[in-house]
Write a protein that binds this ligand. Structure first.
Ligand code: DP6
Length: 373
């Protein structure tokens, strides 16, 4: 006798960043944040949870490798969901006493530092909630695993409301628009070749909360206005406004990291090169056609409209030449109407290959349950 549920959930990329907690246990943020959930087919986590009477202790497998279950956030999610199931009396006591085997894998390399915990926890709680048949706000449960995960429980563009209550009951995500709202929107993830171990988000944000004056200013004066403007830009499909806000917010987040004491940083010379290239390109185009954003690592995530993809890809291939044949992964890239040459582009290409690969994707839907047996 066993019950297995499998779910998939996608990575989300914040355009207004979450940085700083007001409660570390409950993972409550200082400010609202906004993100886009990416296409499930290109970058997602898939998690199966299996409950059986003969599993001796809870087990966790990550990409096929057995890993310790001794992880506070993982246990919090499982215990909370079991507690809700007990209260809601939706499954019998014996079933709740069985141990679980959790198998989670990503269809993209976790080492690339690409928000894999957000997809992972969104997926895990979706599968566990289904397994234990609970009716509850999945986003609040995902938040207990990793803050940004609460946004991956919806597709399209999503807002995480910081909330103000001490118990976190109003710190939850909601959808701003569905994935179909802005069908021309595309995303290019530039995976920077980099082996450095970075300060984890949790440690970094703790240090910023303790020491950065810029973070206080950001939370009070910048984010509330930016959130309203970003929602208007998304609803009105105003790419210029969307792009400018996205870049400014990413830059402010990285400025906060430097304003923290001792400072830490995630951007490398390759990241800065990408920033310079995008601004120069937008300047030459006389309009903002591409926006960049960076999370807690050197990889860039570019937002752009489908019509501009062939030219921007040619530009990136010119600046970051690579011998890799599978340099561009993900969705099929639209064909260029004419061959672009960037010989006269004012920024020189990098001599060494500094990008591992590029992922071409779009905005996608929320989690899916695959089978339920
Ligand atoms: C820079 O959600 O990974 O990606 O809540 O401690 O698990 P924890 O942090 P996490 O932080 C993400 C930070 C960010 C910005 C964002 O996604 O909003």
């Amino acid at each position: 006798m066993s019950v297995i549920v499998t779910a998939t959930a996608s990575v989300n990329i914040a355009v207004i960043k979450y940085w700083g907690k007001r409660d570390e246990e409950l993972i409550l943020p200082l400010n609202d944040s906004i993100s886009a959930t990416l296409d499930t087919n290109v970058m997602c986590a898939r998690t199966s949870v299996c409950a059986r009477p003969d599993i001796e202790e809870n087990e966790m497998y990550l990409n096929g490798i057995k890993t310790s279950f001794d992880n506070k956030r993982l246990q919090t999610c499982l215990n909370k969901i079991k507690a809700i199931a007990t209260l809601q009396k939706v499954v019998d006591k014996e079933f709740l006493s069985w141990n679980v085997r959790i198998c989670s894998e990503n269809n993209f390399p976790t080492a690339a530092g690409l928000a894999s915990s957000a997809a992972g926890y969104a997926c895990l709680v979706t599968a566990l909630a289904k397994l234990y048949k609970i009716e509850s706000d999945i986003s609040q449960l995902a938040r207990l695993g990793s803050g940004s995960a609460c946004r991956s429980v919806f597709g399209g563009f999503v807002r995480w409301h910081a909330g103000g209550k001490c118990d976190g009951s109003d710190s939850t995500a909601s959808q701003i628009v569905q994935s179909t709202h802005w069908p021309e929107m595309r995303v290019l993830v530039l995976v920077v070749a980099d082996k450095k171990k970075h300060t984890s988000s949790s440690i970094g944000m703790k240090r910023s909360v303790e020491s950065s004056e810029l973070l206080k200013y950001r939370v009070e004066h910048c984010v509330p206005r930016r959130v309203d403007e970003m929602i208007n830009a998304i609803k009105g499909k105003d790419f210029q406004r969307f792009a400018e806000l996205t870049m400014k917010d990413s830059n402010q987040f990285h400025a906060v990291c430097l304003d923290s004491y001792p400072p830490f940083h995630y951007l490398t010379n390759v990241s800065y090169k990408i920033i310079d290239v995008i601004h120069k390109y937008n300047e030459i185009c006389k309009e903002t056609r591409v926006a960049y954003t960076f999370d807690a690592g050197p990889n860039a995530c570019l937002f752009l409209l489908e019509k501009d993809v062939p030219e921007v890809l040619s530009l990136i291939k010119y600046i970051f030449p690579s011998p890799n044949t599978d340099y561009v992964r993900g969705l099929d890239v639209p064909k260029a109407e004419e061959e672009n040459t960037f010989e006269t582009f004012p920024i020189q290409p990098m001599e060494e290959n500094k990008l591992q690969y590029l992922i071409y994707t779009k905005v996608g839907d929320g989690p899916e349950i695959h089978y339920d047996g």
